[in-house]
Write a protein that binds this ligand. Sequence first.
Ligand code: AHR
Length: 648
Amino acid sequence: MKRACLLAVALTLGATLPRAAAPTITVDASTSPGTVSPLLYGLMTEEINHSYDGGLYAELIRNRAFLEDAAAPAHWSAVQDDGAAGTMALDPSQALSTAIGTSVRLEVTQASAGHRAGMANEGYWGIPVRPNTRYHASFFAKAAPGFTGPITVAIESEDGKTTFATGRVSGVTPAWKPYEVTLTTAALMPTAKARFVLTVDRPGTIWFGLVSLFPPTYKNQANGFRPDLLQMLIDMRPKFLRFPGGNYLEGDQIADRFEWKKTLGSLSERPGHMAPWGYRSTDGLGLYEFLLWAENMNAEPVLAVYAGYSLKGAYVKPGPDLEPYIQDALDEIEYVTGPASSKWGSLRAKAGHPAPFKLTYVEVGNEDFFDRSGSYNQRFVQFNTAIKARYPHLQVISTVGFEHPENQRVRSVTPDVVDEHYYRTVDAFLKAARGQYDKYDRKGPKIFVGEWGAYETPFEPWNPRSRGEAPTPNMRAAIGDAAWMTEMERNSDLVIMNCYAPLLVNVNPGARQWRPNLIGYDALRVYGSPSYHAIKLFATHVGDEILKASASDTDVLVSVTRDSRSRILYVKLVNPGAADASVQLNVTGAALRPTATALTLAADPQATNSIDSLARVVPVTSQVADVKPRFAYTVPANGIVVLALETR
Ligand code: AHR
């Protein structure tokens, strides 16, 4: 029978017409079916996009140890004022140390007062000059007989015409000695169009090694962190820090892996190493600094140990060949957690941290599904057995999750946790957010989503063509991210940890290898992408109880948690649609107070933040009146809302 005919029959019989169902979000607060993992939201980090050198690690001199290029002192240039003459060259015959097997020789043949010669460093896309600020400059120097100084140390404009801060050292001898000077700026307009210079005003031959310049760091920690950038991370209230990678852990070849023992101690003993993202790492941010970074954020380390596989396919055969790498991992765990009286714990204590760090999770490798030799199963078992034998309380993470075929996963033991990585389009995340984890076996391993991020465009993050695109994602991507977070949060009895990747990007041309990234910066400024704000909203409004919630007749995605102490309900709503979505919220099992707070992040899908527009898309706080067990709420188009519902 035709539809019109049916309607006519229904009308004739006086039947009620079926009404369009009202879009409804239902929340049952009477019981909590599960617990929110206390470590649900954290951070993942590696040296990519100049995350550390030229990023979080506050060092301002680029190529401070002269190891970046064996042919010439990259990022340094000669300074020769009118009438002065000098040359600058690498000199491996005058190595600074065993680790730093070179220095730079400055040969000044002509110079006089007002006619200086020397060398200048361009910094990481400029040297940030801020008003009334003290900079700590240091270097090693020695000179051929006949020259004792002075050496002028300065921060000046790129053209050398304006001096922002200056100091001097003298008493240079023919033996290597460290020198230090404080450079203080006056009241001035901040600029990054500046360089760092070492100059002399008389002829002489001088060698320099490990030339360093630090601005004030977070809490004035030595060899520390850029405060504005670290504060952005602290504001996310991460519960863990996964380090040291990513691909950065593995290196392209086995010799390029993150060799933690070479990242410890004084900077003159750290050779640095070639990182997989096309540039050399100073390792100034080494294992100890990773731990301090986590501690500064009140987060616990999730330690990734090198597991015998590197990116270009080389692997270490399981069995005796792997033993030294396993020992290295055990030593590393001892460095992190051992008492100050232990061999490796004592080095940590010597560095300034006698108390062991808390460690619960150790990850064995990174993305070992790329190891086509099929050796991961056995390598994992060998690491797992050794780690559990020595540290039975540690939870060990496999790097191959259920998104990969069974024959690539660890099969001979059940890992405590598996790490799944999801770089997906927004649409793929919207789909996955509708039940991906419902299908998972609750008796199997826990899930760590150790890398994830939504793409507005098809996934080709390292494609050179994508380098012209914005380094950070737009509002549309934030919608995909938020949708995915609702899925992880609803399932956080299973998904115990998650972290977006990559975290940081220096937005200068040539600085980045990936897009999109969460937080962008240049030498002076820093901003969070819409995805940053979305994650921050989620991570800072998460209780400890999962509540049952469902959505019907609406595309709005939902996740609800409760803080068992404050009894506040956090209702997260994500509207991926281009129109506002009016929903009926039905809350049972809790006595709601009549007013609530809404935190809203909503914007045009293409809208974004950038280095020149730092805060175009940011959350807005508002009050919601007339909150009742059943109340109407409108989720804005392309909008993410966290409703904090207080209860009596
Ligand atoms: O996050 C960027 C890279 O993506 C990581 O280094 C790697 O683990 C993944 O393939």
